[in-house]
Design a protein around this ligand. Sequence first.
Ligand code: T3D
Length: 263
Amino acid sequence: LEQPILVDSTGCLTEVTLNRPHRLNAFNDAMHAGLAAALDGAAKDEGCRAILLTGAGRGFCAGQDLTSRAMTPGEMPDLGASIDAHYNPLIRKIRSLRKPVVCAVNGVAAGAGANLALACDIVIAARSAKFIQVFIRIGLIPDAGGTYFLPRLLGAARARALAMLAEPISAEQAESWGMIWKVAEGGALLAEARGLAAKLGAMPPEGLALIKEALNASVTNTLDAQLDLERDLQRKAGRTSDYAEGVRAFLEKRPANFGGSGQ
Ligand code: T3D
C-alpha cells in the first residue's frame, strides 16, 4: 500500500518526505492528508524543534496529480474547491507553524510543488533541481501562494515572466535571484539540510517562532506598524528563559543551552 508521506522523528528534528516518486511526488488527496497530519503532528510534538521537508526519488514535487483531473467533454471542475480544501490550508499551515521548516528541494519542483517550497522558511536545493511555474502550460495561474511569494522574492519583472512563460529556472539561478537560500551539491543536499535543521533545533524556539511572525507580518505592514510589532514581540522574547540563558552564557563566556521552555 502506498504511503504518500513518510515521517521520521530523530531528536529534535522531524523529517517529512513526499513519497510518490513514480509521479514525481505530485499531490493526490492522500498525500495532502498525510502532509497535513505530519505538519500538525510536528506542531504538537514538544520534542520537535525543526522540520525538514523533502521528496523521495528524482523529483521534489510536480504539483497537482493530473491523472485525477481527467475531464469528460464540457465538464467544468471547481478547482477553487480543491484549493480551499487542500492547497490554501497547507500554505497557511507552513507559514503559521511556530517552528522553522527547512525545505530540501531534491529535484524538479513544478506548479504547486514549486510554491510549496517557497512557503518554507529556508530553502536549499540540489544543483540539479529546477523550479517551474508550470501552471499556464495547462491554462492555470500560479497558486499555493505563487502570486504572493514570487513578486516579493524576485520583483515584478521576474515574477511576471516566470508565471507567463512557465520556463524552468535552475537551482543556481534561483539562488542568485534570492528565491532560495542556497544550492547544495546533489550528494550533500540532505546532509546540509539536516545540518541546517539541527542548527535551528538548538536555537531558542520561542525566538524563532517570533521571527516567523514578524517576517510574515512585515510583508504587508507599514514601517510604523512593523516597529510597533517588533516592540511587542521583543517584549515577549525578553521574557523567555532562553533570553536570560543567552545573556548569562554570553557574560560567562560559554555556549548557551537553550531549553525552549518559552515563557
Ligand atoms: O487541480 C487543482 O487542485 C488545482 C491546483 C493546481 C496546482 C498545480 O500544481 S497545477 C500544475 C500541475 N502540474 C503540472 O502541470 C506538472 C506536470 N508535469 C510536468 O510538466 C513534468 O512532469 C515535469 C516538468 C514536472 C518534469 O518533467 P520530466 O521530463 O522530468 O518528467 P516526466 O517524464 O514528465 O514525469 C515522470 C513521470 O511522472 C511521468 O510518468 P510516466 O510517464 O513515467 O508514467 C509523468 O507523467 C509523471 N508526472 C509528472 N508530473 C505529474 C505526473 N503525473 C501526474 N501528475 C503530475 N503533475
